[in-house]
Design a protein around this ligand. Structure first.
Ligand code: ACO
Length: 430
């Protein structure tokens, strides 16, 4: 019997099957040979929410959830956050290697060239109500880009893919800033090519009548680090949406819109907004024990806590908690940090959270920083989507280059009614 194999005995038929193990996994398709007879379709694996299913081989991001380790292309997240810019990390995530100085300059130049939005997009934005949720605006506007770049459908051409990747990474901050200014009734600000990726975003958000907007270097760096921390996170809900939509060979704009839609939910990227709403509701430290009691009674969740993969402290949350202090030195302290720190302290000592290995995730502290910088909670998930675009596109590109991939199409276990004949209206019971 080969050492790297699994022997399964089907007790229904007393038949034994030997299935190869590769990279610590068996192929679900190898189960199909397990049948009770020629009429039997074959064994399926049942895994709602992909709790134990690897949907791809990937070389982009590694997470060890038990140890709280996160690597992009092998590099620890804390080292990248310490030493890189977001665009450098985006290059790494997309291309597999850190860029040389010349490569980084060329990459930054390419992205900068694509920050402008077609004027038609302004008309698209005008159609949205002033209080539309910015994530709905972002997802819809990204989808609308597909109408402007029909060549993007040519997904098998590497040159076209590269162009669309540059356009998406370049235009995402512009769309986000336009959505923000639309909600406030402010005129749109065109990109400023003299500024870095993050500075330019701040310029498009906050420039008023001054001739040149000069962002605080501390806040620009903090935002850049936050962008690095959000660049990719392997097969999360939105990356899976990107791959799933992309597997039908939809163009990258529509696939990214699908990924953004997945990110918007409160169980995923939308949690950062929910954390702030929760902290507002709690209001003060003395109300925390009563709130924790409600969480333990199952009445609500402690938003920003828990993760499908991390069963230890999310390393990104640790870095975010550190940069919060640097931001507060410029903006003044956001008093919600004290409620959050106390919530964390109590939760990490409480048996309910300890037993379930629930730790703060990336969304627990990020919103407090964003709010101190002047963002309102509805914008928080947009701030997640901008940098995650590089991760989505890296996942999409890897999918298209992987010969093992096909259209994503899961099976189901049908438990509904067996075949039956149509009943005319007059014969149906009330
Ligand atoms: N508050 C209270 N209890 C929780 C929380 C929480 N935040 N998260 C999980 N639990 C409990 C569950 O009720 C469950 O308890 P049980 O075993 O008694 O039924 C147990 O912990 C396991 O949780 P699951 O929901 O099975 O874990 P799953 O992996 O499916 O969900 C998720 C992960 C969605 C992140 C969940 O922890 C959650 O809803 N957290 C709050 C929302 C949040 O912060 N999301 C952001 C995640 S990070 C990101 O996407 C960027």
């Amino acid at each position: 019997m080969p050492e790297d194999s699994l022997t399964i005995v089907d007790n229904r038929t007393s038949t034994s099957y030997t299935i190869p193990i590769k990279n610590g996994a068996i192929r679900a398709m190898d189960l199909r040979q397990i049948k009770t007879g020629p009429e039997d379709f074959g064994m399926l694996s049942y895994d709602p929410a992909f709790m134990n299913t690897a949907s791809c081989e990937s070389r982009i991001t590694f997470i060890d959830g038990d140890k709280g380790i996160l690597l992009y292309r092998g590099y620890p997240i804390d080292q990248l956050a310490e030493s890189c810019t977001y665009l450098e990390v985006a290059y790494l995530v997309l291309n597999g290697e850190l860029p040389s100085r010349a490569q980084l300059d060329e990459w930054a130049q390419e992205i900068t060239q694509h920050t402008l939005l077609h004027e038609n997009i302004k008309k698209v934005l005008e159609g949205f109500h002033y209080d539309a949720h910015p994530m709905a605006v972002l997802a819809s506007t990204v989808a609308a880009l597909s109408t402007l770049y029909p060549e993007a459908r040519n997904i098998q051409d590497p040159k076209v893919r590269h162009l669309e990747i540059c356009r998406l990474i370049g235009k995402m901050p512009t769309i986000a800033a336009y959505a923000y200014r639309h909600s406030l009734g402010l005129p749109y600000v065109y990109p400023d090519n003299d500024l870095s990726y993050t500075e330019n975003f701040m310029n498009m958000l906050w420039k008023k009548t001054e001739l040149k907007f000069r962002p605080s270097p501390v806040l620009a760096r903090a935002l850049d680090v936050l962008f690095i921390l959000h660049a990719d996170h392997e097969q999360n809900c939105s990356a899976n949406a990107m791959r799933s939509v992309g597997s039908s060979h939809a163009d990258p704009y529509l696939s990214t819109a699908g990924a953004a839609a997945a990110l918007s939910g409160p169980l995923h990227g939308g949690a950062n907004e929910e954390v702030l709403i929760m902290l507002d509701e709690i209001g003060s430290k003395d109300k925390i024990p009563a709130f924790i009691a409600r969480v333990k009674a199952g009445e609500c969740k402690l938003m920003g806590f828990g993760h499908r993969v991390y069963k230890n402290y999310d390393p990104r949350a640790r870095i975010i908690a550190r940069i919060a202090n640097e931001v507060f030195e410029v903006t003044g302290r956001n008093p919600k940090i004290d409620i959050a720190l106390e919530l964390e302290r109590i939760a990490l000592e409480d048996e309910y959270f300890v037993k379930r290995k629930l730790y703060p995730n990336v969304d627990f502290y990020s919103g407090i920083i964003y709010e101190a910088m002047g963002f309102r909670p509805a914008m928080f998930t947009v701030l997640f989507a901008i940098p995650r675009t590089s991760g989505w596109l890296a996942q999409w590109q890897e999918l298209l280059q992987d010969s093992a991939q096909k259209i994503a199409r899961p099976r189901q276990l049908y438990l509904g009614s067996p075949r039956r004949d149509f009943v005319p209206m007059a014969q149906r019971s009330a």
